[in-house]
Design a protein around this ligand. Structure first.
Ligand SMILES: [Zn+2]
Length: 390
């Protein structure tokens, strides 16, 4: 990172970030997948149905172990971790792992609603700013005479990340980066809508789409539903459209490097060891540590820091160990009905326990209202940004 950056926000996103767009949470993921499978009118083709069926079969087989061992098979992350391990140890064929990866990507595609159904936000813009703002086509004059920007919460977040709400003379000393655990393309698509390219930091990837100049680092630690990898030569491809929207085309697609067929989606299981992916994902993970080292504010949205993912806990510890200028850590989550006074909910408690006492007292803030409410109200105050918003 250039030395002149003095104000560096890092966002860490988990499943709770995507909830407002209709994405399933970890525990209802398989129910949603089953719902699409059982619906004769859903757009699953025959081959896709057989992949879903393969995952349900694997789950039924594992269920027999439950007589002896307590394991939560409705938790998609646990199931994905198990199928990955079985495949590597040779007790399940690669086809079962690939089917699980595909089920995850397809369920996300079907569950995530189009932008019209998302929580909306109305932003008032500083006088005169709209006339030179590059997202001018979205802006209209409000009833009170000022310029307002009506949009969904994700587009608003993308504009915020792009720095377009900021005082333009201060941009050189500011930066934003996003670290995400989500496979979905909600933020990737929102950035594209405002003319920004997600900076994936996959050094040798082949892109379907021509690149644009402005990027915001979007570090997808667990892969993405638009990333595919060649099984023969490990070449990574960034797909221009979701593989799951045209499954037939994706299945027949050839590798851009070795010309052989057999691309599979690149999703990394959240649990267990990630060694098989270390070669591929190292540049992304390294960039994430760098971002954490230099952050002045970290804002965690909808990420519960599951016990199973010790990997990220260590990554965070490594990053923070060398960070001497972090002055705010904000954790945003959704606590239904709010937390009773004097009590802590478990996510807040987990973070407080992990962080050092003095740091918690001075720098830590927990926001229990969820992403949509957070971005509508308190984000500016907490991040000291967005001077063009009134
Ligand atoms: Zn290849």
């Amino acid at each position: 990172m250039p030395g002149n950056i003095k104000d560096h926000n890092v966002y860490i996103l988990g499943a709770g970030f995507s909830k407002d767009a209709g994405a399933p949470l970890i525990h209802d993921f398989l129910d949603r997948a089953r719902g699409f499978f059982d619906d004769p009118d859903s757009e699953l083709d025959l081959h896709e149905r057989s992949q879903f069926e393969e995952v349900f079969r694997f789950k039924r087989e594992l269920a027999r172990a439950r007589e002896k061992f307590r394991i939560d098979l409705d938790n998609i992350e646990e199931l994905f971790g198990l199928v990955e391990m079985s495949q590597r140890l040779g007790s399940a064929p690669p086809a079962t792992r690939d089917a699980t990866v595909y089920l995850i990507a397809k369920t996300l595609q079907l569950a995530i609603k189009d932008t019209g159904n998302r929580p909306q936000v109305r932003i008032g813009l500083a006088t005169g700013y709209a006339s030179q703002a590059s997202f001018i086509n979205y802006v209209r004059r409000g009833p009170s005479g000022g310029d307002v920007f009506d949009t969904d919460v994700y587009t608003h977040f993308a504009v915020l990340l792009s720095g377009k709400y900021d005082d333009q003379s201060k941009l050189a000393s500011r930066s934003n980066a996003v670290i995400t655990f989500n496979y979905d393309l909600i933020l990737d698509d929102a950035l594209a809508r405002v003319g920004i390219k997600p900076g994936y930091e996959l050094t040798d990837a082949v892109f379907d789409e021509p690149s644009v100049e402005r990027t915001v680092p979007l570090l997808k630690l667990h892969g993405s539903t638009n990333w595919a990898i060649c099984e023969k030569c490990n070449q990574i491809h960034i797909l221009g459209q979701k593989a799951t929207t045209d499954p037939e085309m994706f299945r027949s697609r050839q590798c851009a490097k070795c010309q052989k067929p057999g691309l599979r989606l690149l999703l990394v299981p959240p649990s267990w060891d990630k060694s098989e992916y270390s070669e591929i994902m190292r540049p992304v993970w390294r960039k994430a540590v760098e971002a954490l080292k230099t952050a002045t504010r970290i804002c965690v949205i909808g990420y519960s820091m599951p016990e199973s993912d010790a990997f990220f806990k260590f990554l965070l510890a490594l990053g923070l160990a060398e960070n001497d200028r972090l002055y705010k850590l904000i954790v945003v989550d959704w606590v239904p009905g709010g937390t009773p006074p004097g009590q802590e909910n478990t996510i807040e408690a987990r973070w407080r326990e992990m962080l050092e006492g003095v740091f918690v007292g001075r720098r830590f803030e927990f926001v229990p209202r969820g992403f949509a409410e957070f971005i509508r109200s308190s984000i500016q105050y907490l991040l000291h940004r967005g001077e063009q918003i009134t």
